[in-house]
Design a protein around this ligand. Structure first.
Ligand SMILES: Cc1cc2nc3c(=O)[nH]c(=O)nc-3n(C[C@H](O)[C@H](O)[C@H](O)COP(=O)(O)OP(=O)(O)OC[C@H]3O[C@@H](n4cnc5c(N)ncnc54)[C@H](O)[C@@H]3O)c2cc1C
Length: 294
């Protein structure tokens, strides 16, 4: 019996667990094992039991396409104490599972500014650090003081050490961001609330809501925007199975409730091929494909 099977027998880990409901696309197959540790003791227990099992650290699943066959490994999804957010002496201290829009709102209500952009990104602090998430003129690295990572031991690293750049970090798939500290600046609560409201309004007008998609599909090529290129080729509305290029934003691919991960995968390949052929631009996915798509 493997260490993870032992933890499954104890109820600490769930075997053959549903993942679809844990992602914004709402599709994809099961995980061989799912652990949802609420604290560091249990996280450590899971990591020690892991042996050589492949690992996926799952945040809010807002940047992922999980294969229809699922993930044949251990999924770690932080819960409990990792969802905490505290604003202490002008620093936002948040657990790896903290919800970014709440970090934005809590920081504003504490009279601090800088993190308002997080309100438009429906992910977790861990996902934002791993992806250097950004929008509305800010990126995670602009405000990150340090992140705490666990991969056996615990270490702390700043944005330079994590090599944060456009939707990139050097965080490995088996490293878990358990928390982060963000600097903030003094702010006016009313001004911060208005900024938050304007970001939310802008998102509603320009993007589909945060279900049945995973945000921007492709990274923007240098000095251009993937959405602009796809739109300029008249590809809004193009579909494969239940996946479709959004009419609101050409770099968002929306899924119908009966769509499969395979539909999104094939639509991504199709759009990439058309853009390469007609515009001479090579697009690279920003969304991450997890599992087997062959
Ligand atoms: C409607 C919509 C709008 C979006 N807008 C934006 C935007 O403006 N800007 C932007 O950058 N993104 C945007 N996104 C994409 C997504 O929200 C971000 O990439 C977000 O940072 C992902 O966080 P997550 O918790 O959902 O990560 P997941 O999707 O769960 O995972 C993404 C990656 O992060 C890793 N990861 C997650 N948690 C941890 C952790 N605790 N420790 C280590 N690794 C971890 C995963 O292993 C995976 O590699 C949008 C998505 C949607 C659906």
């Amino acid at each position: 019996m493997s260490g993870l099977d032992r933890l499954a027998a104890l109820g600490v880990v769930v075997a053959d667990a549903d993942l679809a409901s844990l992602t914004t696309y709402r599709f994809g197959g099961p995980a061989r094992y799912l652990a949802e540790p609420p604290d560091r003791v249990q996280l450590q227990q899971v990591i020690e039991a892991r042996a050589h099992e492949p690992v996926l650290v799952l945040g809010r699943g807002s940047n992922l396409v999980i294969a229809d066959s699922g993930f044949d490994g251990l999924v770690i999804r932080l819960t409990g104490e990792f969802e905490r957010i505290d604003i202490e002496d002008g620093v936002a201290v948040a657990g790896g599972a903290a919800w970014l829009p709440s970090v934005a709102r809590q920081s504003v209500e504490a009279g601090r500014s800088g993190l308002e952009f997080f309100v438009g990104i429906p992910g977790s602090v861990g996902g934002a650090v791993r992806q250097n998430a950004g929008g509305h003129g800010s990126e995670t690295r602009d405000w990150l003081e340090s992140a705490d990572l666990v991969d056996g031991g615990v270490s702390s690293a700043g944005p330079g050490e994590l090599d944060l750049s456009y939707r990139h970090s050097n965080i490995r798939s088996d490293q878990v961001v358990i928390g982060a500290r963000f600097r903030t600046e003094p702010g006016d609560v009313a001004v911060g609330r208005e900024l938050i409201a304007s970001i939310v309004r802008w998102r509603k007008e320009h993007q589909p809501p945060a279900v049945y998609n995973a945000g921007s599909v492709f990274r923007n090529p240098p000095e251009d925007s993937a959405g602009r290129i796809i739109d300029s080729l008249g590809l809004k509305g193009l579909s494969v199975g239940g996946a479709r290029v959004s009419d609101k934003h050409a770099n968002f691919f929306v899924a119908s409730p009966d769509a499969s991960a395979g539909d999104v995968y094939r639509l991504v390949q199709l759009i990439r091929d058309i853009v390469r052929e007609r515009a001479g631009v090579e697009l690279h996915p920003e969304i991450q494909f997890v599992g087997d798509f062959t």
